[in-house]
Design a protein around this ligand. Structure first.
Ligand code: PMP
Length: 305
């Protein structure tokens, strides 16, 4: 039955991209009773990871500056989560998206990206995320066709965390956070949230988490010494770096699933391992670790084999 004349009273319902951010801080078990460990559960974002924040800011700034127009395709290299975020937001806002992803990225990531209708270009699995960057740079020379989002050098990536992640942590801890623990891939999360937290209280210690060496593969994280260093990365920002072995990241991801009911990804496992190290080193404090994504992104990988 059609009601032709009367306007309906619309229900107030914020659109998808307004649901990005405001993720919860989850309490985690601590090896030191005087230290509270909190994990920022980024899988609560609609695209399932921390990268929703960066992708949203990258889209919005490119549209606002006129660099991304309806006739262009947003192009970037990604190890998966940023790709999913771009593909989701592109679908929601009506922009085309093309992604260069290393061929060995987990199957579910590739399938999710395709489900959102994005175009996938697979790069050499042996060359990892750096190989994907080189392919994307090459494609981006067609500037008529593509807007190259370049998350590794795009200040909007940093700005997203400066303007959302850090203020959320500050508010949720009522300014009591003493240590911020964060892995680095593009480094957007650490550079943006770390900078803002420092401004709010310069006593806050920033702890950077990296894979122990180039052979320790932790999806989403970069071993800076052996990788193409992102333009947005500043090695001097963090007070301390903690190197995590893949094995330790696995162990923590398994442990928090079984002991704490939190199904997290591998880089979250690495962040939790680092947060526990810090908790054992300090007398007292409030340690906040970024947990970038959930365990279901890795169902087809060795993490849950
Ligand atoms: N963990 C995972 C699973 C990721 O996908 C990413 C993004 N590459 C990160 C950590 C690191 O985040 P950032 O790019 O902000 O350094």
């Amino acid at each position: 039955m059609k009601v032709a004349t009367k306007e309906i009273q619309r229900v107030e319902a914020p659109p998808l991209i307004d649901r990005i951010g405001n993720t919860p801080l989850m309490p985690l078990k601590s090896p030191n009773p005087q230290v509270q460990i909190l994990g920022k559960a980024e899988w609560f974002n609609p695209g399932g990871s921390v990268k929703d924040r960066a992708a949203k800011f990258i889209f919005e700034s490119a549209i606002a500056s006129g660099q991304l127009t309806r006739d262009k395709i947003l192009l970037d290299a990604t190890s998966g989560n940023t790709g999913i975020a771009y593909a989701m937001i592109g679908a929601a806002l009506g922009y085309r998206v093309a992604l260069v992803i290393p061929a060995n990225v987990s199957d579910e990531r590739k399938k999710i990206v395709r489900a959102y209708g994005a175009e996938l270009i697979l790069s050499d699995p042996l060359e990892g995320s750096d190989g994907a960057i080189l392919v994307a740079r090459d494609m981006a020379r067609d500037a008529q066709k593509y807007f190259y989002a370049d998350q590794y050098n795009n200040p909007a990536n940093v700005d997203a965390h400066y303007r959302t992640t850090a203020p959320e942590i500050w508010a949720a801890t009522r300014g009591t956070i003493t240590h911020f623990v964060c892995g680095v891939g593009t480094s957007g999360t650490l550079m943006g949230a770390g900078k803002r937290l420092r401004e709010l209280n310069r006593e806050i210690k920033l702890i950077e988490v990296q894979p122990a060496d180039e052979l320790q593969i932790i999806e989403g994280l970069k071993h800076m010494e052996s990788a193409i260093v992102p333009g947005i990365y500043r090695a001097e920002l963090a007070d301390k770096q903690i190197a995590i072995e893949t094995e330790a990241a696995y162990r923590e991801a398994h442990r928090v699933a079984r002991e704490e009911g939190l199904f997290v990804g591998l880089s979250a496992g690495a962040a939790i391992a680092a947060a526990r190290k810090i908790a054992q080193e300090i007398d007292a404090g409030i340690v906040v670790a970024i947990l970038p994504d959930g365990g279901d992104r890795y169902l087809s990988t060795a993490l849950w084999a």
